[in-house]
Design a protein around this ligand. Structure first.
Ligand code: GUN
Length: 285
């Protein structure tokens, strides 16, 4: 039997509509227009696409956009100056520095320079730490999107075994914290995990965030599992064309899973919706 598709595009559209109403309310009641500053350094093609999509979403939600597209030659000191200026700017409620940053810039230093109250990516050590101790404030967007999608499949996750493949600070670790807060038993697996296939096979919820095209095979999936594919990988499709695939072998996994996210149209749109939600939250605070 084929899995139920978890439609991130539709869910994100619904979330963005609700956020749109909240933005209007904030304007009318408190004369506040939520503002997001997006910093892009250099010209990584994938980052350019992500940033363009984020800035369009900000405008569509009637929020204010403060774009800073800086050349690859930007120094760390120049980048820090841009961030300090936005930290002080009352019209900027959220700040996002698109990763990865060019060589020569220390991402940790840059992320720590963002005012934690404006850290809509939730990457500042203070916000990461608060999530880890169960006092979440601004939570990373992709992990939040994953939880929304999982809850489309099942509202109460208590006692389920969740396996997160990937241990990044952006997705793996925070999504594991959120699943723990939902009373799941959580395993974080990664490239050094032994018998990864067997580990995945035990997952009621499988979150794949490894950045390796179709690495999670269909027969690694437990029958009926909820499969969340965070990967967005561009691969050759013949005749000079390319296509996007996830970290999961979708066509085979969908025959075994109970619920599965497509790529594209799964987690990706949810990340952007959650970014708008965080910006609204930062502005309301
Ligand atoms: N690069 C890959 N994912 C993300 C993200 O969620 N936020 C930022 N700022 N950069 C990223």
């Amino acid at each position: 039997m084929s899995a139920v598709l978890l439609d991130g595009k539709a869910l994100a559209a619904k979330l963005r509509e609700d956020i749109g109403w909240e933005v209007q309310k904030l304007k009318q009641e408190r004369n506040i227009v939520p503002g997001l500053g997006v910093v892009l350094v250099g010209n990584n093609p994938a980052s350019e696409v992500y940033v363009r999509n984020k800035e369009k979403a900000v405008k569509d939600a009637d929020m204010a956009s403060f774009p800073h597209h800086l050349p690859a030659t930007t120094t760390q000191a120049e980048l820090l100056r841009v961030i300090y200026d936005m930290n002080r700017n009352e019209k900027v409620h959220g700040i996002l520095v698109q990763l990865p940053l060019p060589k020569g810039i220390n991402a940790e230093t840059v992320l720590e320079a963002v005012d934690p109250a404006k850290d809509v990516d939730g990457f500042h050590p203070l916000n990461a730490g608060k999530l880890a101790i169960g006092r979440p404030t601004l939570v990373p967007c992709t992990p939040q999107g994953c939880i929304h999608l999982i809850k489309q499949a099942k509202e109460d996750l208590t006692g389920l075994h969740a396996v997160v493949v990937g241990r990044s600070n952006i997705v793996g670790k925070p999504v594991a914290q959120l699943l723990l807060a939902e009373n799941c038993t959580v395993t974080i697996a990664h490239s050094k995990t032994r018998d990864l296939n067997l580990m995945c096979k035990r997952a009621d919820i499988l979150v794949a965030a490894v950045g390796q095209p179709e690495m999670i095979r269909g027969d690694w999936v437990k029958p009926g599992a909820i499969v969340i594919d965070v990967g967005i990988n561009r691969v050759e499709a013949g005749e000079g064309k390319t296509r996007l695939v996830g970290d999961v072998d979708f066509e085979n996994a969908r025959e075994i899973a109970g619920f599965i996210t497509p790529v594209p149209g799964g987690v990706g749109p949810m990340t952007i919706a959650c970014l708008l939600q965080n910006t609204l939250k930062a502005a309301s605070n």
